[in-house]
Design a binder for this molecule. Structure first.
Ligand code: 9MR
Length: 311
C-alpha cells in the first residue's frame, strides 16, 4: 500500500497512526526458526518516522498466520520460541512502536473462557502473562494491549465475551501482570433491519476504565453483507453504523485511538472472508474502490469534529 502514490496521499491526508495488517505477524517476521526477516518492519519504521506517524505493533501472539515450524514443538521449546519472538520484535521497535497488540483474540468465540489454540493447549493460560511480561521488559514505554473482536454489540454472545475478557483482566491485574489496555477490533456489521445500536458498549468501556485500563479501537470497519445491493442505500447505512458506534465510544475518557482497518474498499479483507451472498464487492470503508470519499467519511469526520477543536 505504501508504494501506491494515491493510497499514500490518502493515508497522509487522513491519519496520524499506522497499523500493518500483516507485515509484523509471525509467519512474516520469522519464516524459519531463529531466522528473522524484519525488512518490512524496517520500511514501516522508516515511513512512520519520516511522516511523523505513530506506529502500532500488530500482533505478537495469535492463533493464525503462524509459521509451520512451530507445529508440534514440545512445550519448553514452544515457550522459548515465544519468548524470543516477543523480545526480538518488541525490542527492535523499542521507543518507536507506540502500542502493541501483544495478545490477539484470546477469548473463546462463544465467550466460554479462553480460546483453544496452540498457545493454550501447549502452554496453558500462563502464555498470556509471560508474553505481556516479556513485552514490558523489551520496551517499558510501549502501551501493551489485549486485542479482540465481538465486544461491541448488544447481543448475548457479546455479553459473554465481555464477561470472559473482564475475568481475564481481573486475573492478570491481581497477579501484577503488566497490561495497559484493551483493543476492541470493532469489525462491525450494519444491521439488515432498523438502526444500529451500541447501548451496552459505554458501560463495558467504563468497566475497563474502572480497572485502570486504556482503550483503543483497533480494526474499525463496517460490513454491508446483510444489506440490499443498492449502493446509495448501503453507503447510507454503513455511514449510520459508523455514526452510532463513534457516538458510543467517543464519550469514553479511556479511549486513546481509533484505527480503521484500511481506508479504501479496494483493499478490504471482508470480500475474501465474508463475501456478500450476491457476490457484489463490499463497501465497508470510508473511501470507495476508486479512492473517492463516501458518506462514511463524512459521518466519521463530523463525529470527530464534535470532540476535536478545529486546527
Ligand atoms: O486484514 C488481514 C488480512 O489481510 C489477512 O489475510 C487476515 C489473515 O488472517 O488477517 C486480517 O487481519 C485480521 C487481524 O490481523 C486480526 N483481526 C481480524 C482481522 C481480519 O481478519
Amino acid at each position: 500500500g505504501l508504494d501506491d502514490p494515491a493510497l499514500k496521499a490518502l493515508l497522509l491526508g487522513n491519519v496520524g497512526s499506522l497499523t500493518p495488517e500483516n507485515a509484523l505477524k509471525w509467519d512474516a517476521t520469522e519464516p524459519a526458526g531463529g531466522r528473522f526477516s524484519l525488512e518490512a518492519m524496517d520500511r514501516l519504521l522508516a515511513f512512520s518516522a519520516r511522516h511523523r506517524l505513530a506506529l502500532r505493533g500488530h500482533t505478537l501472539v495469535w492463533h493464525q498466520q503462524l509459521p509451520a515450524w512451530l507445529d508440534g514443538l514440545p512445550a519448553p521449546q514452544l515457550r522459548a520460541a515465544l519468548e524470543r519472538h516477543v523480545r526480538t520484535l518488541v525490542g527492535y521497535g523499542r521507543g518507536r512502536i507506540q502500542s502493541w497488540d501483544v495478545i490477539n483474540e484470546p477469548i473463546d468465540p462463544e465467550g466460554q473462557g479462553l480460546r483453544r489454540s496452540l498457545w493454550l493447549d501447549t502452554l496453558g493460560p500462563a502464555y498470556i502473562a509471560d508474553a505481556l511480561r516479556w513485552a514490558r521488559q523489551a520496551d517499558p514505554a510501549a502501551r501493551l494491549l489485549i486485542n479482540d473482536y465481538g465486544l461491541e454489540g448488544d447481543d448475548p454472545q457479546t455479553a459473554r465475551k465481555r464477561v470472559a475478557m473482564l475475568q481475564l483482566v481481573d486475573d492478570l491485574k491481581r497477579r501484577g501482570v503488566p497490561l495497559d489496555g484493551i483493543g476492541l477490533q470493532a469489525h462491525l456489521l450494519a444491521p439488515a433491519e432498523g438502526s444500529p445500536t451500541f447501548r451496552t458498549l459505554p458501560v463495558f468501556l467504563a468497566e475497563l476504565r474502572r480497572r485502570g485500563l486504556q482503550v483503543e479501537i483497533t480494526e474499525l470497519d463496517v460490513s454491508d453483507r446483510l444489506l440490499p445491493a443498492d449502493t446509495a442505500q448501503r453507503d447510507r447505512r454503513v455511514a449510520d453504523t459508523y455514526d452510532a458506534f463513534l457516538k458510543a465510544v467517543l464519550q469514553e475518557p479511556a479511549l486513546r485511538r481509533i484505527t480503521s482497518w484500511g481506508l479504501s474498499d479496494r483493499d478490504s479483507w471482508l470480500n475474501t472472508t465474508f463475501p456478500r451472498p450476491d457476490g457484489l464487492p463490499q463497501r465497508p470503508l470510508p473511501y470507495d474502490e476508486a479512492l473517492r470519499p463516501k458518506p462514511a467519511r463524512s459521518s466519521i469526520a463530523e463525529r470527530l469534529q464534535s470532540i476535536t477543536p478545529p486546527r
